[in-house]
Write a protein that binds this ligand. Structure first.
Ligand SMILES: [Zn+2]
Ligand SMILES: [Zn+2]
Length: 164
């Protein structure tokens, strides 16, 4: 009978006090007859886990190659595209609204100015009461009231919107 000094206890855990009669070369631990098969089973499970991970990785690689559109980064790009388009739509919508408003304001201003000039022209013509300075003043009013003036204003507005 082996002495207690040389008797090795099974490495399976606290519950097993059996003599360890099998050495595992892999981890240098010793097990009793009951737990040596348990140890082999645990090793087998670890191997299966690694095989599973390997297969998952292999499948994901195949999927990335055959279906690049399902890559998570592709989704990010798509989201960015959508957000950019929505922002652009919002900006162009605002610009259209501002244009409508500007046209209305501008048209109104011009009508008032034209009415004033119209009255002055009739009066000048009727009473033959006008000099060069009147002519130049009426010309100036007409020039400032044309659409080129509005277009210029709009171009600077659009540029401003694009920057921000
Ligand atoms: Zn082992
Ligand atoms: Zn044991």
């Amino acid at each position: 009978m082996a002495s207690s000094l040389t008797r090795k206890i099974c490495a399976a855990g606290n519950s097993c006090k059996n003599a360890a009669s099998f050495n595992c070369e892999g981890c240098t631990q010793a097990f009793c007859i009951n737990h040596v098969s348990e140890h082999c089973r645990v090793l087998g499970e670890e191997l299966n886990e690694i095989i599973g991970e390997h297969n998952d990785l292999k499948n994901s690689l195949i999927q990335q190659t055959t279906k690049p559109e399902s890559h998570p980064l592709m989704k990010q790009i798509n989201n960015w595209e959508e957000t950019s388009i929505n922002k652009m739509r919002q900006k162009t919508h605002e610009l259209r609204q501002e244009l409508v408003h500007l046209i209305a304001t501008h048209t109104n201003e011009i009508s008032i100015r034209l009415q004033k000039v119209s009255d002055q022209l009739s009066q000048g013509q009727e009473h033959d009461d006008f000099i060069e300075i009147d002519l130049s003043c009426w010309k100036k009013t007409l020039t400032n009231s044309n659409w080129i003036f509005l277009r210029h204003h709009l171009c600077s507005l659009i540029k401003m919107k694009q920057v921000h």
